[in-house]
Design a protein around this ligand. Structure first.
Ligand SMILES: CC(C)(COP(=O)(O)OP(=O)(O)OC[C@H]1O[C@@H](n2cnc3c(N)ncnc32)[C@H](O)[C@@H]1OP(=O)(O)O)[C@@H](O)C(=O)NCCC(=O)NCCS
Length: 196
């Protein structure tokens, strides 16, 4: 593994407040319905138990069925540990009433020797989907990637999650070089977008 990739990821992971430090919060904050969205930033290890249960409940609401039918299956304990990992960082979106309406969790990682921002989860409450909020959070991740010298933003999507595939394609994400081939028999795709 190139020393530089490891060093860059270590440095980015140690930042307490990277989005604030580099002023890379998205400039787009108004939904298509005219609501102004605000964002909270935190390490997974600093989420309260109550906030974590909200995160996990929204994950289950949006994804449980998809995981149950996937080749990975659904293992609640391992998913909980994954979301609360020490390297997980959260962006939580709030509506004008201050209610939590969605989140993304990401990590800085070395993937196939390349420093990347991995968008681990992106979950929006069903009643707030398709209003531009997911796009706002991707925009922040892309700006953050540029400031921390990560080479791309990556994500993994089930092949049968058409709305999510459509969403990422719309935002310029394409099949990553590490994406399983069409004849692999695997049920997910790895998408990425290079940091400008
Ligand atoms: C996928 C998800 C994160 C997207 O966030 P969102 O806030 O709903 O998305 P946005 O409103 O920012 O953007 C939606 C865009 O994707 C486009 N889109 C949605 N479904 C699409 C499809 N099937 N084909 C093409 N484009 C599609 C919309 O046209 C829209 O584009 P526009 O803003 O130019 O009109 C959100 O809908 C969600 O939480 N879904 C359920 C959980 C999930 O699947 N998460 C992703 C796991 S990988």
């Amino acid at each position: 593994m190139p020393a530089d990739a490891k060093k860059l990821v270590k440095k980015a992971t140690q930042l307490m407040k990277p989005v604030e430090k580099f002023d890379c919060e998205t400039r787009k904050k108004t939904t298509t319905g005219g609501d102004t969205i605000t964002f909270d930033y935190m390490w997974a290890t600093h989420l309260s138990d109550e906030d974590f249960e909200w995160v996990f409940d929204l994950f289950k609401l949006n994804m449980l069925e998809m995981y149950q039918k996937s080749q990975w299956g659904f293992d609640e304990n391992s998913k909980r540990n994954e979301l609360r990992a020490t390297t997980s960082r959260f962006i939580i979106a709030l509506n004008e009433e201050g209610e939590k309406i969605g989140y993304t969790t990401y990590r800085f990682v070395v993937d196939h020797n390349i420093p990347v921002t991995y968008c681990w989860e992106l979950q929006i409450l069903p009643s707030y989907q398709n209003k531009g909020i997911g796009g706002m959070m991707l925009d922040t991740l892309e700006r953050l990637s540029a400031k921390t010298n990560m080479e791309k933003v990556m994500t993994t999507v089930f092949l049968y999650n058409a709305p999510s595939l459509g969403f990422f394609h719309k935002h310029g994400y394409v099949s990553d070089i590490t994406c399983p081939s069409d004849d692999s028999g695997l049920d997910y795709a790895i998408l990425s977008k290079e940091t400008p």
